[in-house]
Ligand binder design. Structure first.
Ligand SMILES: Cc1cc2nc3c(=O)[nH]c(=O)nc-3n(C[C@H](O)[C@H](O)[C@H](O)COP(=O)(O)OP(=O)(O)OC[C@H]3O[C@@H](n4cnc5c(N)ncnc54)[C@H](O)[C@@H]3O)c2cc1C
Length: 548
């Protein structure tokens, strides 16, 4: 019998490569996550999170994610007879991922759970984002669509049961024939995305409560969703509409997919350019109040981006720690090299602070209806965290990728994909500057939101002099109204760091909290990761961050 192929090719002995990173449980192995979710009131999600953690850590999930991103969605504008069909075809792996995500209630637990639904759903979404990010886009949009729909009870009665259904049904059928539906959003036009007031799409009454929409949308992700929230102008001004892809009589609504975007990040999810030409839509919210209506959706998508970013940081850290634990260079494992340990520990601090922030905001969502303080924390905390975590995720992905050396740069591994994906959350749903300006708007309209964040931070600042000093400096910045707009990034960064430090002081280990304050508040020691001071207890930080 022949020897194994590797043994017969002398130069192909595979040594010093890590074993495949699979077969772990991203939930049960993550002690900090479990403690955080329990503290924020959603310990009851443990069984579902366990199943999701098992899936995310499995070879099956890796394979699905790789296939869905390698075999990209294809636009089929017409059928073979020349009829327009405006369909996007996906690899079966994409559909399987969508089935797993929607089947797990990734989009709906926040709305269907009796208690701490946002924190519980956040746990699932945080885990999912460690596995595949393209499918997160329709998940997030479907989750967030329920906020504007609540304004239209008749539409809500029709659509909500199938929006929250824990199922995935990709068939292009009218609502009545579907088991479950997905919802997208189409706001951005060529002449303006951040400034939606520039939208030119028109809506004319078309009888029976419907409107006929004419115009274009320059970005429309997940165009195979069953309906889209969109903006168009009536005589009263910009108005929000729900545009279904199939009409009740079984025909397809006019929804012309012009082309698919050739994007930088994930390849599994299609993003498209579309045209409305007499497309039927149903009003959501009052005429002329379109932006106010969709802003509620944006608040939720921004929150979801915060959760996703924390999950992506965890994924990057896990990959780096796994590689370093098994790879040797210069006679020692990378995980034993003092400088590599510094890099990994610094990444772990960034991830832990992001995670604590994300789940603190989940609690705020869960309680905001009955608690004014939580409502204010939510209003200001979401854009602050969205800005900062989106800025930090690409840096974390980059540094984690470098920990793997050349392997990190190769598309077969998960990190190259994560790195390409990392910037998108900072661009869509409010690019950096726009989010910082939203923070200023929130502070101007609800000055008590700043007080609410101060109340959050105060107990930790009393215990940690570096945080107290940092907050005093931040207050001086906030008082300088004349320069606030030019300084908005600086101020929002400081707000984020103060909130993160207060959470670290309260909930992280003393070693992690101390190193976080030393490097993020006190002297900012370095612009890159791996610059923790010699006094930092790196071993203790890494012990807590290691997957069990
Ligand atoms: C992968 C992907 C998927 C997307 N999917 C969708 C989708 O499904 N539906 C949808 O509607 N849109 C979608 N978008 C579009 C996205 O939401 C917009 O690109 C985004 O809102 C920015 O709008 P814009 O591209 O028009 O840039 P602009 O609004 O022109 O902004 C350009 C830059 O100027 C900055 N800027 C704007 N105003 C100010 C100001 N007052 N002061 C200082 N700086 C400012 C912004 O921060 C940004 O950095 C998607 C985008 C991407 C990349």
């Amino acid at each position: 019998m022949n020897a194994p192929l590797n043994a017969r090719i002398a130069t192909h002995e595979v040594e010093n490569q890590p074993p495949p990173f699979a077969g772990y449980n991203a939930w049960s192995g993550d002690a900090i996550l479990r403690a955080t979710v329990a503290r924020e009131g959603a310990g009851w999600i443990a069984d579902r999170a366990m199943a999701m953690g098992q899936l995310v850590g499995s070879e099956r999930m890796r394979t699905l994610a790789e296939l869905a991103n390698r075999f990209t969605p294809q636009l089929r504008s017409h059928d073979r007879y020349g009829n327009r069909i405006d369909a996007v075809e996906f690899h079966p792996a994409y559909h399987e991922l969508m089935g797993l995500a929607f089947g797990a209630g990734l989009h709906s637990v926040a709305w269907t759970a009796r208690d701490a639904g946002f924190a519980a759903r956040a746990a699932l979404n945080y885990l999912w984002n460690q596995g595949e990010n393209g499918t997160s886009c329709p998940v997030t949009m479907t989750f967030a669509s329920l906020a504007p729909l609540e304004h239209e009870p008749a539409l809500a009665r029709e659509w909500m049961p199938k929006i929250v259904a824990e199922d995935y049904d990709p068939r292009p059928l009218p609502l009545s024939e579907k088991r479950a539906v997905t919802i997208g959003m189409a706001m951005t036009e060529k002449q303006g995305g951040s400034d939606l007031r520039a939208n030119t799409t028109r809506a004319e009454p078309a009888g029976g409560g419907a409107y006929a929409l004419t115009g274009h949308k320059w970005f429309c992700s997940a165009p195979m969703c069953d309906a889209f929230l969109t903006l168009a102008r009536t005589d009263a001004g910009l108005t929000c509409f729900l545009v279904p892809r199939s009409l009740a009589d079984g025909t397809r609504n006019v929804f012309l997919i012009q082309r698919l975007k050739d994007k930088l990040g994930n390849k599994s999810n299609a993003s498209s350019e579309i045209e409305f030409a007499g497309t039927l839509g149903w009003r959501v919210g009052d005429e002329g109040r379109g932006i106010a209506t969709v802003i509620e959706m944006a608040h939720l998508t921004r929150f979801d981006i915060v959760i996703a970013s924390a999950g992506m940081m965890r994924a990057a850290l896990n990959e780096a720690m796994h590689h370093a634990a098994h790879r040797s260079a210069f006679g020692r494992r990378l995980a034993e090299q003092p400088l590599m340990k510094n890099v990994l520990a610094d990444l772990a601090l960034e991830w832990e602070a992001a995670t604590l922030t994300a789940f603190r905001l989940a609690r705020a969502f869960d309680r905001q209806k009955s608690d004014r303080h939580e409502q204010l924390v939510c209003r200001l905390g979401v854009p602050v965290a969205k800005y900062w975590l989106c800025k930090r995720t690409p840096a974390v992905a980059l540094e984690a990728m470098e920990c793997l050396g050349g392997n990190g740069y190769v598309e077969e591994g998960a990190l190259a994909r994560l790195y390409r994906e990392a910037p998108v959350n900072g661009i869509w749903e409010g690019s950096g500057n726009v989010i910082c300006l939203d923070v200023l708007r929130a502070m101007a309209r609800s000055p008590d939101a700043v007080d609410a964040l101060a109340v959050e931070i105060e107990p930790a600042a009393k215990a940690e002099p570096r945080l107290a000093r940092f907050v005093a400096g931040l207050k001086r910045d906030l008082d300088d109204r004349a320069t606030l707009e030019t300084q908005a990034r600086r101020v929002v960064e400081k707000l984020a760091l103060a909130l993160q430090a207060s959470l670290m002081v309260q909930h992280a280990s003393p070693e992690a909290a101390d190193a976080f304050c030393a490097t993020r508040l006190d002297a900012r020691t370095g612009a890159v990761f791996g610059t923790l001071p010699a006094s930092a207890n790196i071993d203790a930080i890494l012990r807590r961050a290691t997957l069990e």
